[in-house]
Ligand binder design. Sequence first.
Ligand code: AGP
Length: 589
Amino acid sequence: MCGIAGYVGQRNAPEVLFDMLERLEYRGYDSAGVMFIAGKRITIIKDKGKVREVRGRVKPENYRSNSGVAHTRWATHGVPSRINAHPHADCKNLFAVSHNGIIENYSALKKDLILQGHVFKSDTDTEVISHLMEEYYKGDVVKAFRETLNALEGSYALAVLCVKEPGKIFIARNESPIIVGLGRGENYIASDAPAFMPYTKDIVILNDLEYGIVSKDGVEIFDLSSGRKVKKEKRTLDWDLKEAEKSGYHHFMLKEIMEEPEAAANALRACRDLKQIAANLNAKKRIYFVACGTAYHSGLVGKYLLEGFNIPAEAVVASEFRYSTANTLNRDCGVVLISQSGETADTIAAGKAARQKGAYVAGVVNVVGSTITRIVDDVAYTYSGPEIAVASTKAYVGQVIALTQIALELALAQKKLSKQRFTALEKELREIPSKIKSMLVENDVKELAEECADRRTLFYIGRSVNYPTALEGALKLKEISYLHAEGYPAGELKHGPLAILDKDVVVIAIKSGRLLEDKMNSNIQETKARQAKSIIVAEDGDIKTPAVDPLLTPIVNIVPLHLFAYYISVLKGLDPDKPRNLAKSVTVE
Ligand code: AGP
């Protein structure tokens, strides 16, 4: 997730653009840049670092232009650096592009463009867009833009400048947001409304597969497939600036939960790198998933999935792994580090220890260019976008999807899974983002949270692939509500915790479809007999989840539990984004 801001009008664009960019920094913050047309050339100034730092260095007040586009980056392809920062120009500096999203077919496009003589400067997927514009341009910018868009596969919000048509910004959208802010004698574009909220609240929203031309006097939007002009309604926002930053949500945590369908779709886009990791793990005798907190729970899902296919695997918390399991490693071992931030000290130390022992080490990481990505043999990104709330939500969904893909690939390679079943599961995986979306649109989780907010303690129980879901559901609640919650293997309750069950206790039972369903039902009966309030998470449960293969239930089951924890925190008057005593990234051991 990156932030794009654009301006055309009477004021000095470079300065307006940096103001806008500062209000978009929550969308990404590893590098920033701005482009504008002055004289007969496109000027691009960009650098690594936070928007304010880059602004201090480039001094936009020293430049003059009435139109331009700026970008704050959250790296997906290519580490954070000046060269990889946006915008990106073509060989002749005719066009420059800022992009938010992922161009899935960029490697093939890049190869073709190089064969045609184009010279690339960056490692980004974005740069193919400016070179495609150059390639297709025969005197008609809009035609070249349309042809370029038709060549792209993946997600994009785009803003393009062309030296031949100063005073115009060419924009397009597919699966990544871009909106237009309407001013008087000036117009704006942005990934999100906060960028231009101090100037205007009147907006026009682009839908997927639409493109447009924005000038100081007007905005025209077209449909990509037909090329026909689309009539757009003006909408007026009634948000204040703080709300707008969160796209109208009260908290980043809720915004990030609502982004889970997109995070799921993006994690599915990492399949090529995950295949590589699975191929390397295939040569190893022992496999370990190593991580902390939430990321560890996703590793535990990976372990259960692999063991379900009869492939031995272990999940170990990084702080323990380093001082125990690591001693037993050798070249026959494969270690997968999982981390949202890529900066967790315990996970980094575990990875280094594993490498010292000669093990193969891979990373499943969200933040591109982070420390973990630099110490591993292979990395697969989850592309979840920046996670601002301390409690990890959408990143977990991305991690579980990534590990599911690794498990399926490995099981296929070891012939523990038939090609037919593999294809069926893959197909189901691709339907997950829309299933998550429908669950987020309609559910009764808030009402259930109201019934539970004053209970003494909550047990989350599950079996097999959903035992980790139980752990993660409980961790989320603890983190942001300060209630006592515990995740437990459902079959283990009778070996102790049943003693504390009574009517003040809630038991959240998380089913795995038909997998071990009878056993789960017995465990639920045990808790009901002690008068505990039970909430069943299942296709036909109190919290209804979509029908999916049992192996994919950990992905959908966690979604309502994220909402449940969020609502309880809010009901208790707490700030779910900033739980006491916790930091987003734990960089000390
Ligand atoms: C998640 O809600 C927690 N804040 C925490 O457990 C987190 O998952 C853990 O610190 C690991 O972080 P990482 O994914 O950035 O490595």
